[in-house]
Write a protein that binds this ligand. Sequence first.
Ligand SMILES: *[C@@H]1O[C@H](CO)[C@@H](O)[C@H](O)[C@H]1NC(C)=O
Ligand SMILES: *[C@@H]1O[C@H](CO)[C@@H](O)[C@H](O)[C@H]1NC(C)=O
Length: 391
Amino acid sequence: MALLNLNVLLTLLLGVDRTQKHLNFTELTQLSGYKSEEHTVVTEDGYVLNMFRITRGAKCVGEIKQTPVFFMPPLLSAADTALEPGPNAAMPYLISDACYDIWVGNPRGTYYGRRHMRLDPDKNKEFWQFSMNEIGTYDVPAMVDYVLDNTKKEKLMYIGFSQGGGSFFVMCSERPDMCQKIKLMIGLAPATRLRNTKSVFLRTLCKNAEDNLDVFDRMQIWEVFGRDQVTAAVNGLFCRNNVKMCEWFVSLVDSSHPGSVASSTYKTMLERFPAGTSIRNLVHFSQGLRNKKFVKFNHGTEKNLKVYGHPNPPEYNLTAADLPILLITGRNDAVVDVKDVKWLARKLPELKEFLIVEDPMWNHVDMFYSKFIKDMIFPKILNYLLRYNEN
Ligand SMILES: *[C@@H]1O[C@H](CO)[C@@H](O)[C@H](O)[C@H]1NC(C)=O
Ligand SMILES: *[C@@H]1O[C@H](CO)[C@@H](O)[C@H](O)[C@H]1NC(C)=O
């Protein structure tokens, strides 16, 4: 009864139907004529993650290509977000239209990764003691192995955006055997070292998480920006009613690229973003924003000695990512700066190409949400997928 009243109240205040559910990955894809499936993966350390697969694109004619493609979303995003610009624009749709078997993963802590075999995310601090380190060490390997088992293939092609790219390099460093199962890696503005990040918003956010870690801990707050229906409705409403406001807000987080994201995308994007993560993950990012290198979580000298046997956290071994890699980045990206991607590129032993998107206004948000993905970055991606499909 109380719940019903809250719904009525919110409907009156916000003018949205509170009983209306946001469509999930399979519902969204199927609505547009894409055949999709839902899978559940359990990581070695007990996290239960949903995974999604588009088995056949609406525009795919002919046979499905032999090598599966795995797509890993960025920080605070779940698989649905990857579909946001819609058919004819969003990466998973474009890839499945080109007849690839595409799988989209989810990191722990998002609304598709908020379950555990033993731990209760609402009660147990231990559930939230993770950062990109654990996403790369446990989540990505579990999902890669799942795809290979399910499809009976030996290798796949990996596409990762931002944290989805960074967690790939964590995997290669910490689980080099797993890295051998990847034919090709495409990193879209991959987040490794973040020293040159310009986004004041991101810096402030992560710094506050770091400075107040003890305060949050005392308040038993370990999760941030989880998607509950109320925030989703408020965010959604904010953007639905005022695209200009939404565009302005997004430009605060990243940089401005007027006209690149369709109004229809702005209207729905904040219903699914942010999808949640741990405060500890933001703290790891905060450390990364200062560091000259791409290093593991800094626990402080005393605990570092226990965990790493060294007062400082060790560097990830980027040399271990010894497979063909294509990096794509935008000049106007305020979150992952071109300089830091260049730094990464120099460390990779088998880098095939480092592409700076031709449009000088191309930013971070564009990699996921732009209506120009199909023209600006997809041709290059498709070219590489075709080249490595049968290799
Ligand atoms: C997505 O929606 C379908 C159909 O309503 C439902 O069966 C499925 O459980 C949902 N999946 C997730 C992960 O929420
Ligand atoms: C990094 O990985 C490479 C390739 O696997 C290996 O040869 C090298 O010894 C590793 N370096 C460190 C410091 O572990």
